[in-house]
Write a protein that binds this ligand. Structure first.
Ligand code: F6R
Length: 616
């Protein structure tokens, strides 16, 4: 939620900032702005809309010369996405410039306090409050570091801040609480950014700032301090990501690139976890005794990650026979969960910075449960604070709609289910080996499933103009419907809902409209449930629905041979049933993508959304 980038060096800052902002747009794209300083004087440009607009407005940054600057791309929280509310904000009096990611929860009280001291405000944002608060303490102390430290002590909520002070030309100040900020080490220059993707083109050597730490960056130095301004020493780490992972690489959108990458990243995620036919949980050395004593598992996550959790629940219950429940992280604290030392909470998060999931994780720990997290972004808050962390090796996921993030989460949930099953002896040796063998070939099977791309492009071209689409399925097929439906609505804006197939007759079937030939996507891959889902499909077709059925090769004939079904069939390979969701999701992702493409939507940056949701 909001992207920050900063540069101090000897080159022109603006092009570096604009390029960084383009790479951070997945974090928010309501408005964008940059501030650059030359000889201590700020020049500011900001505008509502995408970074491309700011680029145009500043003629690729040529209108803002200067060797130090800060940039910001916004997902509005306080105040509409207008030019005035866009960051950077300049303090009353003009001395301090600030970009901010997060929410200052006590901003209203602080604003009153600052007004009582005679300060005035131009925008509706909490960021301008942070800016003036720093300026207020700076006026008192004349020392920017202590002003930032004092302001940080008074701000409640979450923030990552990039700060410039007119009296310190050449220096960027950074601090954070619960929002990511990395410092990048260049040659004769240094950087700060919300995410390494913004600066990877320039440097791979980074330090991740920890909560409350403060950093001062000049072209030649990076100095780290605690919140109390004691100096800290920390060696930079080297980022291994391939720069091309954050580029489109010839694809029209990141989404299609990321769909196509799924076999490869699932392979990367699985291979370190399978050794000589056994499951290894690197980063989560859980004992058999602990697993055997587990009475319940909660899977806590938001959006797609929670829908991966629904598949995980089925796998864990089926393979390891441990009761598992999926709760939206935003609801977890309010459902008064029954937690104790025998409850495991699994937090699933691509970004590792989702505010609701962080809050749920902390609640679980406070109530005495252990937390195991499945996270993609290395070093993120959830990864750092969990008792155990398993990383998905999906690489940077840039498209706001999750695809490879989701698939790698599924893969790790299968791995966990098998680890639990092994500890609890719920599978015979032969059954366990069969499951592990299936995991090993899963990436190849996914590769094969990518071959359905053109078929789904054709189907999308037939149906993209529909106003509504519904998804139905049973068991893990229902779990897939939840994800497929979210994918469709978030990138195409078509109204869509997912139903457990058996529930249709209890109300939703009233939505089927014969005149409009309502489109339903049915997922029927589960061998034991195909016949039941087919009955539901027929009930819908007899009321005028048209149904695209996603099924397996072996069940295809059952569906195509049934004259009562009107519609098309898409078949994935027959495969180990518990892991079939990883294949069946692929055509559903293609369908959402090509539908949105046919509608001309902004696929990688859908309206109103942001990739990293750091507000509750
Ligand atoms: C949908 C999507 C979101 C995220 C959700 C959780 O395509 O990407 O629903 O899954 O916001 O985000 P993370 O996984 O970063 O916690």
């Amino acid at each position: 939620m909001c992207g920050i980038v900063g540069y101090t060096g000897r080159e022109d800052a603006s092009p570096v900032l604009l390029d960084g902002l383009r790479r951070l747009e997945y974090r928010g794209y309501d408005s964008a702005g940059i501030v650059v300083a030359q000889g201590g004087t700020f020049t500011l440009a900001k505008s509502s809309g995408h970074v491309a607009r700011l680029d145009e407005l500043t003629r690729g940054g040529r209108d803002l010369p200067g060797n130090i600057g800060l940039g910001h791309t916004r997902w509005a929280t306080h105040g509409q996405p207008t030019d005035t509310n866009a960051h950077p904000h300049i303090s009353d009096g003009g001395k301090i410039a600030v970009v901010h990611n997060g929410i200052i929860e006590n901003y209203a009280r602080l604003r009153e306090f600052l007004r009582s001291k005679g300060m005035s405000f131009q925008s509706q944002t909490d960021t301008e409050v942070a800016t003036n608060l720093i300026a207020y303490f700076y006026a008192e102390s004349g020392d920017i570091l202590s002003a930032v430290a004092s302001a940080a002590r008074r701000m409640e909520g979450s923030y990552a801040l990039g700060i410039m002070c007119e009296d310190m030309p050449g220096t960027l100040i950074a601090t954070r609480r619960e929002n990511p900020l990395v410092l990048g080490f260049g040659d004769g220059c240094n950087y700060l950014a919300s995410d390494v993707a913004a600066i990877l083109l320039h440097t791979r050597r980074v330090i991740r700032l920890a909560d409350f730490e403060i950093a001062a960056l000049t072209a030649d130095s990076v100095t780290l301090y605690t919140g109390e301004l004691d100096k800290l020493e920390r060696e930079p780490e080297t980022i291994e990501w391939d720069v091309s992972a954050a580029e489109k690489g010839g694809y029209e959108h990141f989404m299609i690139k990321e769909i196509m990458e799924q076999p490869e990243v699932v392979r990367k995620t699985l291979s370190p976890r399978i050794r000589n036919g056994e499951i290894i949980l690197d980063g989560a050395e859980i004992t058999d005794e602990y697993i055997r004593a587990l009475s319940r598992i909660y899977i806590v996550a938001c959006g797609s990650a929670s829908y991966a959790g629904v598949v995980g629940k089925y796998s864990i219950e089926k393979l390891a026979r441990i009761p598992a429940e999926v709760v939206f992280a935003s609801e977890f604290r309010y459902c008064d969960p029954v937690l104790n030392a025998n409850t495991l909470v699994i937090c699933v998060s691509q970004s590792g910075t989702t505010a609701d999931t962080i809050a749920a994780m902390r609640e679980a720990k406070a109530r005495g449960a252990k937390v195991l997290s499945i996270v993609n972004v290395v070093g993120s808050t959830i990864a750092e604070e969990s008792d155990w962390t398993l990383y998905t090796w999906a690489g940077p996921e840039i498209c706001v709609a999750s695809t490879k993030g989701y698939s790698t989460q599924l893969a790790l949930l299968y791995v966990l289910a098998l680890r639990f099953a092994r500890a609890k002896n719920t599978l015979s040796d032969a059954q366990f080996s069969e499951a592990v063998a299936a995991l090993l070939v899963l990436p190849d099977k996914m590769e094969e499933t990518l071959g359905l791309r053109e078929e789904l492009q054709y189907l999308a071209s037939q149906y993209f103009s529909r106003d509504d689409m519904y998804y139905i399925g049973r068991g893990t097929d229902y779990a897939l419907c939840l994800e497929a439906c979210l994918k469709l609505k978030e990138i195409s804006y078509i109204h869509s809902e997912a139903f457990a197939a058996g529930e249709m007759k209890h109300g939703p079937i009233a939505l089927i409209n014969r005149e409009r030939e309502t489109l339903v996507v049915a997922v029927a891959t589960n061998r034991g449930l195909v016949d039941k889902t087919v009955s539901n499909i027929i009930e819908l077709c007899s009321r005028g629905a048209r149904v695209i059925t996603v099924t397996t090769q072996s069940a295809r004939t059952v569906i195509e041979g049934n004259d009562d079904i009107r519609g098309e069939t898409v078949a994935v390979s027959d495969f180990y049933e518990a892991f079939l969701p990883s294949l069946a999701i692929i055509p559903l992702q293609f369908f959402a993508y090509y539908t949105a493409l046919a509608l001309g939507r902004d696929i990688d940056k859908p309206r109103n959304l942001a990739k990293s949701v750091t507000v509750e």
